[in-house]
Ligand binder design. Sequence first.
Ligand code: UDP
Length: 425
Amino acid sequence: MLHRVRLAPVQLDAYREVAPESQVEELAELGRQLQGLRVAHINATPYGGGVSELLRSSVALECGLGLAVDWLVISGDSRFFEVTKALHNGLQGASFVSTADVEEIYLLNNRANAATIPSDYDIIVVHDPQPAAIRAFAPRLGARWVWRCHIDTSEPDPAAEAFLLPWLEGYDVLVFTLTDFVLPALRGGTVEIFPPGIDPLSPKNLPLSASLCRRIVSWYGVDNQRPLMVQVSRFDPWKDPLGVIRVFRRAREQVPGLQLALIGAMALDDPEGWRIYEQVRSEAEQDSDILVGTNLTGISFVEVNAFQHCAWVVVQKSRREGFGLVVSEALWKETPVVAGRSGGITLQMADGEGGYLVDPDDEETFTERVIELLRNRELARRIGLLGRQRVRERFLVTRYVADELQLFARLISTGEGIDTGGTAS
Ligand code: UDP
């Protein structure tokens, strides 16, 4: 069963002070062109993780521009989310085994959700692999269908790719974050490429005073007199939180007093997160310089903002990363980042512009870069400032929505992708 997430529309004018003027003007024009367009976005979770962040902000802005947009979230049983997390991992390169059971669980849940699409839409955007098969089971709605992939599918396990491909057949357009991410079997076909962006109006990214930020992180146990390293991310093997702890311990040998905050949200569609969280927590229990905070211990948007603001250095030690909104979020606060040279992170920053990109498995170099930024505060400040400028031009939600609306305009004006009905029953 699909559930609608209710959001208050956000007016374009609210972005005039923060976003580049060219983006705001482009959105105003697209809004005039697409008034009343009926759009549904379908994904797997209303909170936790980048896709829900992006939808929260982009849907509110699309509504504010005058489109009639619904955000619909699928439901599924626990076995479904185990299957879809395994599929997610398989598409990012982990080994994946498809069995009759796995397929049945995936399809049963998708079919049940498809049966509850609440009304007619002009465009339906399905996000990520979890709900991808909805298109095949949907009634013969006269909509254009878009599949929006947010993960790194450049080197999938062949079994995971083979599992997903049939369910993508009925889509009019497939959208990826990077050209490199296009599934091997789809290369050479028609795809669209554009990356996500962060919302400067979210409480997570609003400018907060330094003193307020310090008071917030201090409440969680940070000593503001000592250096602080932060990673904000789900507890996910691809984001390597245990590797972050190793890097932290090496860096602390050179920078006495260093503290680490690992901030992570638990998402509805991520059962694996709990297992990794337990491992991280047991490491932290033996080390009073490591702080672990989650949405379960009160961490919310403003707290994430404060931690990203107060960090001397933010790290993102991802081995695979679809985009990694957290990188742009940190840079927006002018905090430099040391990150794995992975996927969408490489778009957001370059060496010396925002921070440093490092092979995530080279923990020695990773540690050296962290230490460099901890020791040289003036360098860190300059690099962080350049990072913010890059994010303002290229990675705000205004640019993302403009790209998405350009796509909608093309889809409806060219008659591309006239509905051919479901491919399964
Ligand atoms: N996030 C949060 N609280 C947390 C941890 C993460 O609000 O404790 C947010 C984070 O600020 C970011 C999103 O969750 O906006 C994670 O998105 P990202 O693209 O970095 O990674 P994903 O989880 O989608 O792989």
